[in-house]
Write a protein that binds this ligand. Structure first.
Ligand SMILES: [Mn+2]
Length: 300
């Protein structure tokens, strides 16, 4: 598939089940309302909308405080994987709209059985290597990569829903945009033990194209999923993310778009997934949603 004849299938995952609070379940609909499909088509891309997985709104899970709403998360990830798999079988590229960062699990669960040498370019302020043993938050949305890699403490119900474990091995992962100080001690231990490769936030902010090139170079010849947690962005430039901690650090939306444009033009690219966009964060500056939509369309 060359960029010139790209066929794109959109899949939505309107779920905040694995998040900290409601909000992210609104993201796929809000992105469509802001003209995402038309903007992609205006760039010459053939677009099909495959619709959404189940709508799930976060509520406290008193029975499983350290792994909240696990059953819903598994259902959402499984639905994403089915839709993404069908799109891949049709030869399309995929734009996956979260929801939380757990959408990346659905993407990899669909792609790896079809391409065992597939890689994940994980663009996030965090490394999402937590388990219920390393954080008391109970939010599964920053435990996703831990389950793809099947680290100690991963929950069998989620891990086994993805396919044979581990679905990914460390050489098929690159972390881009990480803020090392935003990792928990448990995440740092796992990252070091696995020898995970990463390119840090400052490098992505200062020279997005060079950082993207380095990350792409580090990955193998197989197809690539690029997953973006919008919390990688400087929240004061682009208030989009569930996590509001990225103030005055990280790339601007314009800088991230430059990096994504390079990544999505790589011949190995197959899936772009967007996680952690909470539209309620943008109520005071709604133009930022148009900038996000423009950025996605420009990158693709
Ligand atoms: Mn994050």
């Amino acid at each position: 598939m060359t960029v010139d004849d790209r066929t794109l299938v959109i899949v939505g995952a309107p779920s905040s089940a694995g998040s900290y609070a409601p909000g992210q379940e609104l993201a796929p609909a809000v992105l469509r309302e802001h003209g995402l499909v038309d903007r992609l088509r205006s760039r010459g891309i053939t677009v099909t909308d495959a619709g959404d997985g189940p709508v799930q709104i976060w509520s406290p899970d008193d029975e499983h405080p350290l792994a909240q709403n696990l059953g819903d998360v598994v259902a959402s990830v499984t639905a994403v994987a089915e839709k993404v798999g069908a799109a891949l079988d049709d030869g399309a590229d995929v734009l996956l709209l979260g929801g939380s960062c757990l959408v990346a699990l659905g993407a990899m669960s669909a792609l790896v059985p079809r391409a065992p040498d597939a890689s994940l370019l994980y663009i996030d302020r965090h490394s999402d290597l937590n388990t219920p043993q390393t954080t008391t938050d109970g939010a599964l949305d920053w435990m996703g990569l831990a389950h793809l890699l099947d680290v100690p403490g991963a929950l069998p119900e989620l891990r086994d829903a993805l396919g044979p474990a581990p679905l990914l091995t460390p050489e098929h992962v690159h972390l881009l945009g990480v803020v090392p100080s935003a990792s928990t001690p448990g995440e740092r231990r796992i990252r070091d033990a696995l020898g995970l490769q990463m390119t840090v936030s400052d490098d992505l902010a200062h020279d997005p194209r060079a950082a993207a090139a380095r990350a792409l170079e580090a990955l193998g010849p197989g197809p690539i999923v690029a997953h973006v947690d919008v919390d990688v962005l400087d929240f004061t430039d682009a208030p989009l993310a569930e996590d509001t901690g990225g103030r005055n650090t990280g790339p601007t939306l314009a800088a991230l778009t430059e990096a994504l444009a390079m990544i999505c033009r790589d011949p190995r690219f197959r899936i772009l997934s967007i996680g952690e966009f909470n539209p309620t964060r943008a109520v005071g500056a709604p133009e930022v949603i148009d900038r996000l939509v423009d950025g996605i369309a420009h990158a693709l």
